[in-house]
Design a protein around this ligand. Structure first.
Ligand SMILES: [Zn+2]
Ligand SMILES: [Zn+2]
Length: 315
């Protein structure tokens, strides 16, 4: 089969538009789409110091690689990789290794921040203290991990002086988040998925997802074709995620309807156009304990810290 664009040998056929691509055109299409997404949603400024959250998985490693190429055209901007060590035994070290290795390879400044250092406990400790799910512990491990990761990522982005924080969330991740918010009836949170990075609180670094229109399969293919090494084994806590069901639905339905995730994410964009003038979030205030942004008195991170400490004292 020949590349639709140049006639060279095809390495990948996109299911949703049947475009056959050679290696050169596959890479070009990937990078162009990221650039287009950044431009369309005004994700970056010319002189931005751009932080990228890098876990060591395929998405963040591919994003780091593509951003390092795009950034070369913008000499006044610069990149910094933020790597978070959640503290998960027999799992996290490998991801940290790939994250650091790729940052070094691309000559990108990088910093490691850990749950243990910033929060006092690593994720394994927290889960052990909170106890068994469904019995002593209310939510899956990913919920607690997410609360802390968001908080520490933001703190790290501030500490390195970033103007914006990029994460590797891809098309299906975004479609999944849209569906989850609809299923939960959380329309406030749904409309806060606005792809334009916004300064909604003085202590929050604006965030953006340059891969929100890039399918997961293409990210995997990009890593493969460009020899990018990343962590492939899933997190041991992933089995606890409620996300699983919705994720399965998306990938299963997508086999018959390849446009599914595109349609969901485009649907969100159309919805956001309609609600543009409606105030989208509750007024943010300062956490009474740490000063970070929160909708109530205490931010979720401080709430969790109090909870872990009080249970620990009881034991
Ligand atoms: Zn070609
Ligand atoms: Zn707080």
């Amino acid at each position: 089969m020949k590349c639709t664009l140049c006639g060279e040998q095809t390495v990948y056929v996109r299911q949703y538009d049947k475009l056959a691509l050679c290696i050169r055109h596959f890479n070009e299409q990937m990078r162009k789409r990221v650039q287009k997404t950044i431009t369309r949603y005004k994700m970056l400024g010319r002189k931005d110091r751009i932080a990228i959250g890098v876990s060591g998985g395929k998405d963040s490693i591919a994003l780091l690689d593509i951003m390092s190429r795009i950034e070369k055209d913008f000499p006044e901007s610069n990149l910094v990789a933020i790597i978070i060590d959640e503290g998960i035994e027999n799992y996290r070290d490998e991801g940290l290794h790939f994250a650091k290795m790729n940052a070094k390879r691309l000559n990108i400044e990088h910093h490691v921040f850990s749950f243990k250092h910033d929060f006092g406990y690593d994720l394994d400790n927290i889960i052990e203290i909170l106890g068994e799910r469904g019995k002593d512990r209310e939510y899956g491990a990913c919920s607690y991990c997410g609360i802390l990761r968001r908080k520490i990522l933001n703190k790290a982005a501030k500490e390195v002086g970033a103007d914006v924080l990029l994460t590797g969330h891809n098309l299906e991740d975004e479609a999944e988040t849209v569906l989850l918010n609809i299923i939960r009836g959380d329309i406030q949170r749904l409309v806060r998925l606005d792809p334009k990075p916004r300064k909604i609180h003085h202590s929050l670094v604006p965030r953006a997802k340059p891969f929100r229109t890039t399918p997961q399969a293409e990210i995997v293919m990009y890593c493969y074709l460009n020899d990018l090494e990343y962590q492939e084994i899933p997190c041991p806590y992933a089995v606890e995620a409620y996300r699983g069901d919705v994720r399965d639905f998306i990938f299963k339905t997508q086999e018959k309807q390849p446009m599914l995730s595109f349609n969901i994410v485009r649907g969100l964009d159309k919805l956001l156009k309609l609600v543009n003038d409606i105030p989208t979030s509750k007024k943010m205030q300062d956490c009474t304990k740490c000063g970070e942004a929160t909708a109530s008195d205490l931010c979720r991170g401080c709430w969790l810290k109090d909870k872990v400490q009080s249970i620990k004292e009881l034991k």
